[in-house]
Design a protein around this ligand. Sequence first.
Ligand SMILES: *[C@@H]1O[C@H](CO)[C@@H](O)[C@H](O)[C@H]1NC(C)=O
Length: 516
Amino acid sequence: MRLSTSIILLSVLGWGCSYRILLVFPLPGVRSHSILGEGIVRHLLAAGHNVTYITAVPSKLSAPELRQIDVSSIKKVFHAEDFCDIDKVLGQGKEIEFHHLDILRRHLMVANYTATHKRVQELMMDPQEQFDLVILDWISTEFLAGLSPVLKCPFTWLSSMEPHGRVLSLVDEWPSPAYVPRSHSRATPPLTFAQRATELWNMLAIMYTKWQLMSEEQALYERAFGRAAAARGRRLPPLEAVKYNASLMLGNSHAATGLAIKLPQSYVPVAGFHIQEEPLPHNLLKIMDDAHDGVIYFSMGSLLKSRRMPDTLKQGLLAMFGSLRQTVIWKLEETPENVPKNVHIFSFVPQQSVLAHPNCILFITHGGQLSTTEALHFAVPILGVPVFGDQFRNIFRAVQKGFARHARAGLELPRDLKTEIQEMIGNPKYREVARELSLMYHDRRATGAELVQWVERVVRTRGAPHLRSPALLVPWYQKMYLDLMSLVVGVVLVIYFAVIRVLCMVKKIDLIKKNR
Ligand SMILES: *[C@@H]1O[C@H](CO)[C@@H](O)[C@H](O)[C@H]1NC(C)=O
């Protein structure tokens, strides 16, 4: 009896069911986003779900339950490398500046391109296409949330960075800029007066930019989703309502790499779910096994292309690496001239497996979120050469935590790197801190399983309304009690003027009496 009740209960709740999940990762050319997308696909397939993957970077994965919708033709109009001009950064020591409006416009273009793509439109227009959940990669715009009302199913975000105001405000509220810096900030709390002022200013600037583009976004949104909603007999709610309707924010973050800020119940930190060690190729394994003085692994990620790196810099780095006792593995697309004996150039490196090798003692990285997470996963200290975006924030935080050091990108890089490498190899402190933090990072459930469980929870509870933050219902002026404050000020003013008036009248009466 009890068994059958629980079986009925389980089937009502939908345990062990296969769900139809739509995953949307529209950004082309940014490797880290596609690595995260693929990680989710892998875990969902392994849990027996049916996945439709709309992506600008199609995956090599294939399975009967996986359907990919390739929107990579966006590459013709959107070049991720435009963001990141290596000549400027490395050659001239200039920094890449981001303008909120520019980024927002570019991302809006990507989102609009994806939503209006022929195959995506066909999917939306076909009433046979039914889904239990949509998972959206958060980019600067929430445009693609329109898929949720069209397909009439709940949706969740995936945030690729440490939690910050722009994503937290979608499921709860904007955290205080006094101690939660923006996603691209270099400031690490406690903030100085000037830093706090800058963070506040930036928060307002971002809000203003969003507001500037609001009507343009709404118009594009209606054009992209209106027809499909009508075809399915549904009313399309405004974007401003839909974007705050996500059931969850899955976050590629963890307190060991970031800040332990307070998070709403609908934010689920799952950093590390993308990690999947593969065996090292023979030649690489041999190099690493034979490296008795340890291996330094150097990679600047996928956006920085070697052919755009100045030759003098390349040669300078090679000469500097050549003067070290350690073995250096450098990920670079083209092999330059004059490569010293202890330096090995590879155009493709299974990064996680290199970091996992016990001989890997140092990771020189641009400090992307995935690279810093992987470094902690495998307890390897990092030497950061941040170039743009959230890399500064990741590296400065790691420096503060004590498992990293920082070198400035520019033509002086070889000299600076050498000093830092010697310090980091000579001092066991960095490795010890990395080990300690790695223990904290690993002291939790496997994040892949966690991710799948949360996704299933959202489907079973039809959007997890019990996790919705009440903060979303309260306008900002009420949160700051500005209404109460104006009431109090009003009452005080009324009393003040009333008293003055009475005093004046008393004085007048006195004068009249005296004059008599
Ligand atoms: C918000 O999500 C819930 C649950 O998925 C849904 O019932 C509701 O219609 C959605 N509202 C909007 C404005 O999209």
